[in-house]
Structure formats: structure tokens, C-alpha cells
Design a protein around this ligand. Structure first.
Ligand code: NDP
Length: 289
């Protein structure tokens, strides 16, 4: 590293297990760039100083993760219009002493579903579990791709209601219904849905035994099951779905696609399929040996 090294990195509260440094260092090495990706673990109260520090220190850009994706928007000089509509950013680019905010989770979520798994979303119905930062990008993407109905189940009904309020105005073709997490209508909504997406951390390394769906819920065979969690590889939800014969994907491809889009915003280089596949293989070795 030297004075000409461009610094990029990650701002988050608990980022010990984040794979972003691993992914971006692979991209950097593959393209022989004089960049370094650095994890900046910060306390909740230090967000303002940290973000303004990106500008002051001449850092090229950062990823933003839990719990800062929404709050960090207020410190941007410019927010990409689609990302402003989503209401959360995960990528900041610093250029000419100005900060630009973007949401690359939207594209990261969409590509594994639409491009890789060839799921057609027009006029489809989806159930979304959770109403946090990732859920906003998910609901936006689903509605943007033409879903006709989205049923959101969340622990705090208020957070789900906020998403409904924001997105129904933007996407009048899409009916958004909200429910609290263990509402008795869950089975009915799932029976009517074509896909279900888990955006809660239930089933992640932090809650490894937990399934966001109650035990009694049955999964119709036509239901496509997408869990945004990538560690572990197979959450209790995905294990149940696979055992039942449903098509499933986890969050690993989303992780790579959103990272690739952030990398492009910082470097103008869009990682090619070869390095993306290589990084996915390396992640598999890292997580599952
Ligand atoms: P947020 O903290 O913004 O939102 C978390 C959501 O999960 C909220 O709706 C929250 O409910 C709910 N939740 C949290 N804990 C519990 C619990 N114990 N019981 C029930 N509900 C709970 O996080 P994000 O949206 O940013 O991320 C959510 C998940 O998605 C994480 O596991 C993250 O790793 C994953 N993710 C994966 C990505 C990928 O690239 N694969 C990208 C982004 C996220 P409430 O509103 O009531 O607080």
C-alpha cells in the first residue's frame, strides 16, 4: 500500500464475519488494481463522523451494511433516484469531494432469480418475510419486475406498513398486504404465492436453528424458495423446502452480484463471469470445509 493506493471498504457495526473484504480483494487481485478493501467496524453513534471521514480521508468509496443502510442516506450529496425510492443504500462513491449513494442489493437480488434461475415475475405473487433494509430492495425489485401481489410478514407491523405505503404509490399494479409475523393467514398467503423470500436473519449463523416459518406451515410444490442468507449454505427453511421438493436458492449469488455492482461503481470495471465463479468456489471452500 502507498500514497497512490485507492482505499475502498465496509462500514458496519458487526462485520467480523462479512465476506465483502474477501470478495473485493479477489476482484482487486484479478484485475491487478492498486486498491485495498478495508473493513471499518464502527459504533452506531459514530456513523456521521465515519461517513464524513470517507470524504475527508480521500477514501474512494465504501459499502454500508447493517444497521446503517437507511441512516447513511442523510449524509449523501447525491442519491441515485432508484436507490432513493428504495430508501436504503449499500454503496457510497466519493468523487470530487462529493458523496454518491447507491443500492446494489436490488440488482444483486434480481439477477440470481431472473437471469440465473429464469423465474418469470410478471403477474406473480410473492411472500416476503421481513421488512428491513434488504426487504425494501427485494419488494422494490419484485414490484418493478411486474409482480401483481406481495404479502409482507414482519415482527413489527409498523415497518411493513411503511414499505406498503412507500411502494404502493410507486407501483399501483402491485397490491401489497402486510401481516405480523405469526398471523393466522400465513398458510393461505403462501398457498396463493409463486415465490417466498426470507429477508430476516432467522437461520443465519447468528440464529442457526431458526426457521422464519412456523413448523405447521406447508410449502406448495410450485413455490420457489429464496433465502437471502448465505452462511450457512442451507438454512432450516431451505432444508425443509429441499426435502419437500421445492426449487430453492440461497443468498450467495446475490452477495457476489451486489459486490460486483459496487466494484463497478468504484473502479469502472464490471467483474467477469470467470472471477465471479472463482470467488463463489472460494467462498464455498472458506465456509463449508
Ligand atoms: P435489517 O436489520 O435491516 O432487517 C432485519 C429484518 O429481520 C427486519 O424486518 C426485522 O424485523 C427482522 N428480524 C430481525 N431479527 C428478527 C427476529 N429475531 N425475529 C423475527 N424477525 C427478525 O437487516 P437487512 O434487511 O439488511 O438484512 C437481513 C438479512 O438479509 C440478513 O441475514 C443479511 O445477512 C441478509 N442479506 C443478504 C444479502 C446478500 O447479499 N445475500 C444482502 C443483504 C442482506 P423488525 O422490523 O421487527 O425489526
Amino acid at each position: 500500500m502507498g500514497i497512490k493506493t485507492s482505499i475502498i471498504g465496509l462500514l458496519g457495526e458487526h462485520i467480523e464475519k462479512s465476506l465483502s473484504p474477501f470478495i473485493h480483494q479477489h476482484f482487486i487481485r484479478y484485475y491487478s488494481l492498486n486498491y485495498h478493501y478495508y473493513p471499518f467496524q464502527i459504533a452506531v453513534d459514530d456513523l456521521r463522523e465515519a461517513i464524513l471521514g470517507v470524504k475527508a480521508l480521500g477514501i474512494r468509496g465504501v459499502n454500508i451494511t447493517i444497521p446503517f443502510k437507511e441512516r447513511s442516506m442523510e449524509f449523501m450529496d447525491f442519491i441515485d433516484p432508484q436507490s432513493a425510492k428504495i430508501g436504503a443504500i449499500n454503496t457510497v462513491v466519493s468523487h470530487n469531494n462529493r458523496l454518491y449513494g447507491y443500492n446494489t442489493d436490488r440488482i444483486g437480488f434480481k439477477l440470481p432469480l431472473v437471469k440465473d434461475s429464469r423465474v418469470e415475475l410478471a403477474d406473480k405473487k410473492a411472500v416476503v418475510l421481513g421488512a428491513g433494509g434488504a426487504a425494501k430492495a427485494v419488494v422494490f425489485s419484485l414490484a418493478e419486475e411486474g409482480c401483481s401481489g406481495i404479502s409482507i410478514f414482519n415482527r413489527s407491523l409498523q415497518n411493513a406498513q411503511q414499505i406498503k405505503k412507500n411502494f404502493e404509490a410507486l407501483f399501483p399494479h402491485c397490491t401489497i398486504k402486510v401481516f405480523s409475523f405469526h398471523d393466522k393467514n400465513m398458510q393461505k398467503e403462501i398457498n396463493e404465492a409463486d415465490l417466498i423470500i426470507n429477508t430476516t436473519p432467522l437461520g443465519s449463523w447468528y440464529y442457526p436453528e431458526e426457521n422464519p416459518l412456523p413448523e405447521y406451515i406447508k410449502l406448495p410444490l410450485k413455490l420457489f424458495v429464496y433465502d437471502l442468507i448465505y452462511n450457512p449454505d442451507r438454512t432450516p427453511l431451505l432444508k425443509k423446502a429441499e426435502k419437500n421438493g421445492n426449487k430453492t436458492i440461497n443468498g450467495k449469488a446475490m452477495l457476489i452480484y451486489q459486490a460486483a455492482e459496487s466494484f463497478y461503481l468504484w473502479t469502472d470495471i464490471r467483474p467477469d463471469q470467470k472471477i465471479m465463479t472463482h470467488v463463489l468456489d472460494e467462498i464455498a471452500k472458506k465456509l463449508y470445509i
